[in-house]
Ligand binder design. Structure first.
Ligand code: 4AD
Ligand code: MG
Length: 433
């Protein structure tokens, strides 16, 4: 019976056919051990000279790493194997014998080498585990939003204006005019909720940031959610519920992947059932200062500050109400008791050096206030007329947020660098293959 490694649990004691690749191979001349992978999982096939027809055995002795193969054999439970199973081979066919110079051997390779050969590195076990968790996070978010009554609302990638900040845009020649690659679908999602109430957009966005950190990509996948008649408190509740759902789904469905990554899941398990921490920006800065860290109380949260708070609380932390000066033009504002103009916003900081995974806010719903902000920031007003229509015709209080898929996957998988979390990363110094 033709099957996949992922289904072996139901097939113990049966004869199966598997098609895949030789991840590793060794033979003593009498007995051969083939580490087989087929995309769905990994399993060891043990073949003995006495069980395999002689011509097949001869080909088997010439097997090279990453050759494609077909094997038949008996499924056995094997508690000592990571997969829990082993195959006793009875027949072997080489579909293609790969040349012996497979670049990614069993020796240690530096990360740059692996990313230069990313097309091949995708075949390794850790990449398999990380990108399957990525798939689960994506699926979990899509399920969550449909259950919560949102519709998927695709926003354009080619945009004539900036959403977050005009300095981080990639510019594109669009026939005879200039356009930009989307930094976020948010402004379009805001128009979307006037038609659909609750929408989310999931797509690639682009940030021309000159950051070379392990938290920044130039091309990333972002999910922007937007909700009519939601204030900032309701906005944070949706985010907390969603993050718990994502983490629970990964813990329940990606046990093998987390085991491959040797991920300590204590903190992940704990956050599923516990309320997230909520601190205002002013509280967070005061707390950092009290703990001996030098802070600028009116500046954005710094890398070390986010990491420090994450380590301290070991839970996701909403940092609320940043100084408006360090945040985007569309956020609703208020003046606090000390006279500081603040945004009704929150960034969600993940523990374990996850940094900011979500940025969200209540939006300014006043036509005049929003228009003034656009003018004050010297944005081209005529390009924002359509966006201002959301406030001109039946404006409503509304809120939304954006979650970075790769930041989230980096945190949940615990891999060191964000480039591990996307099949083909795009960064300042990395855009091939
Ligand atoms: O905080 P950001 O810039 O928020 C927005 O773009 C809003 N328009 C979202 C909204 O309210 N609809 O980006 C949202 C998230 C960040 O929290 C982070 O997870 C991720 O996107 N992100 C990046 N991830 C990797 N590399 C980068 N260069 C990133 N920039 C943002
Ligand atoms: Mg942000």
């Amino acid at each position: 019976m033709q099957t996949t490694i992922s289904k072996l649990a139901e097939l113990v004691g049966q004869e199966v056919t598997l098609k895949g690749w030789a991840q590793n191979f060794r033979s003593s001349g009498k007995i051969a051990f083939l580490q087989l992978r087929d995309g769905s999982g990994f399993v060891q096939v043990v073949m003995s000279v006495s069980d395999i027809p002689a011509p097949e055995w001869e080909v088997l002795q010439k097997l090279t790493i990453e050759s494609s193969v077909e094997v038949k054999g008996l499924v056995k439970a094997e508690p000592r194997a990571p997969s829990g199973f082993e195959i006793s081979g009875t027949s072997f066919t080489a579909l293609h014998i790969a040349p012996e110079d497979y670049p990614i051997g069993n020796k240690e390779h530096g990360p740059e080498f692996l990313f230069d050969n990313r097309d091949l590195a995708l075949r390794t076990k850790t990449t398999w585990a990380v990108l399957r968790i990525r798939d689960r996070v994506f699926y979990s978010i899509e399920q969550f939003f449909h259950e919560e009554g949102f519709i998927r609302f695709d926003t354009p990638i080619l945009q004539p204006t900036s959403c977050e900040d005009t300095t981080q845009l990639f510019s594109v020649d669009y026939y005879d005019t200039q356009m930009f690659l989307s930094q976020s679908g948010q402004l379009y999602s805001e128009a979307g909720i006037m038609g659909f109430g609750k929408v989310y957009a999931f797509g690639p966005v682009f940030r021309a940031e000159k950051s070379k950190t392990r938290h920044h990509l130039s091309e990333l996948w972002m999910m922007d959610a937007e909700m009519a008649f939601y204030d900032q408190a309701m906005n944070m509740d949706v985010q907390e519920k969603m993050v718990k759902r994502i983490v629970k789904d990964v813990l329940d469905n990606c046990k093998a992947e987390l085991a491959i990554l040797e991920r300590d899941t204590t903190i992940l398990q704990n956050l599923v059932d516990n309320p997230f921490v909520r601190l205002t920006h002013a509280q967070a800065k005061a707390e950092l200062a009290a703990d001996g860290i030098t802070v600028d109380p009116l500046d954005d949260m710094g890398t070390e500050e986010e990491i420090y708070l994450g380590n301290k609380y070991k839970l996701p932390i909403f940092i609320e109400d940043y100084p408006a000066a360090v945040k985007a033009f569309y956020m609703k504002r208020y003046v606090d008791k000390d006279g500081v103009l603040r945004a009704r916003n929150a960034d969600l900081i993940a523990p374990e050096e996850g940094r900011e995974i979500i940025g969200g806010s209540q939006r300014e719903e006043s036509y005049d206030a929003l228009k003034k902000e656009i003018v004050d920031r010297n944005y081209p007003l005529e390009e924002y007329e359509w966006y201002l229509n959301t406030r001109k015709y039946g404006t409503v209080p509304h809120s939304g947020f954006g979650i970075g898929l790769e930041r989230t996957v980096r945190w949940i998988t615990g891999v060191h660098h964000i480039r591990e979390t996307i099949p083909f990363p795009r960064m300042l110094n990395r855009f091939r293959p």
